[in-house]
Design a protein around this ligand. Structure first.
Ligand code: GTQ
Ligand code: FE2
Length: 313
């Protein structure tokens, strides 16, 4: 549309654009690329990670990643787009983590919000949050909101595997990153609260999912991350149009079949993870007698900022 006009305009003086560039100015009428578009254009892609593969690789890592670094013995689910080295979705990162019996991961706190979804853990496995020892067991969702001290200990005899979810990519983009190691290296616990508000027991979530299908987990406890537990009976399914938030799903029971734009059909079982970036329609169907997923999203960020899908209104 601008072309017809440009032809009628006088020529641009010699060296004009070069002089602009030296002043760090760029002509808005001759952009190198458009900066707005009609509907979202996600740069991240749908992708799947398998628990069995991650677990085998973590087991292997024990030979060369010492307990000293136990808080870093994790495998980050890096979205497989060109040049990416970290985020799983636009605003979130997910990682499989292993804490062996007898290990304690150093305590620290950071501005990013974090949570853990426990895949496998035996007795005597704890997260210490702000001095409170919180038990973790299979299926639990344990929250460590922004700037809460946290460390992990496995005093039992079984390896503990969980998935961490953090809003680190969001915090990096907002440039509000703060991080501190705990002065005592491992924070001593001053209380033991197996029923801490920060812990959503897997067994309770299952009961609630069986009653009402989808359950919102700890709404409002973490400002940036939305958490839902989804229960599906065999053959039960959900269809979702493209949406403005991005989701990471982890299966916590049974097997589901998902259909995702640009990815197609996949089957996912306990511990498997899939990322559905914004603006990808998807569906989920329960294949087992009973299946469960946890959906981790940046929905609260969109809501808080007042952004909505205006394309269908
Ligand atoms: O859960 O706080 O995967 O601090 C890496 C660093 C998880 C966490 C990771 C962390 C955490
Ligand atoms: Fe942390």
């Amino acid at each position: 549309m601008a072309e017809a006009n440009t032809q009628a305009l006088p020529p641009v003086p010699e060296g004009y654009f070069e002089a602009l560039a030296e002043k760090a100015l760029s002509p808005g009428w001759a952009k190198k690329k458009p900066q707005m578009w009609p509907t979202p254009r996600p740069k991240y892609v749908p992708a799947v990670w398998r628990y069995a593969a991650a677990r085998a690789a973590l087991d292997q890592a024990c030979d060369f990643v010492s307990p000293e670094f136990a808080e870093r013995r994790n495998l980050i689910m890096v979205n497989p787009i060109e040049g990416n080295i970290y985020p799983t979705s636009m605003n979130l990162v997910a990682a499989y983590q292993l804490v062996l019996p007898g290990e304690t991961a150093r305590s620290h706190r950071h501005s990013p919000n974090a949570l853990r979804l426990v895949l496998d853990a035996g007795d005597q496995t704890y997260t210490i949050v702000n001095g409170v020892k919180v038990d973790v067991a299979e299926g639990d969702v344990v929250l460590t909101p922004s700037w809460h001290w946290h460390g992990h200990s496995n005093f039992g005899s079984t390896p503990a595997f969980w998935i961490d979810f953090l809003d680190v990519p969001l915090v990096q983009n907002l440039e509000c990153m703060f991080f501190q190691d705990h002065p005592d290296r491992n924070e001593a616990s001053t209380a033991h609260e197996p029923d801490s508000k920060l812990r959503n027991k897997g067994s309770n979530l299952t009961t609630r999912m069986r009653e009402s299908g989808t359950v919102e987990i700890s709404p409002g406890w973490v400002n940036t991350i939305g958490l839902h537990a989804i229960g599906l009976r065999q053959g039960q399914s959900q269809q979702h149009l493209a949406r403005i938030d991005s989701s990471i799903f982890a299966v916590t029971a049974g097997t589901v079949r998902m259909q995702v734009d640009k990815l197609g059909l996949v089957e996912l079982s306990r511990g498997d993870v899939i990322v559905v970036p914004c603006w990808h329609a998807y569906s989920i169907e329960g294949l087992s007698e009973w299946s469960q997923l946890v959906r981790v999203t940046d929905e609260p960020v969109m809501k808080a900022l007042g952004f909505v899908d205006v394309s269908r209104v």
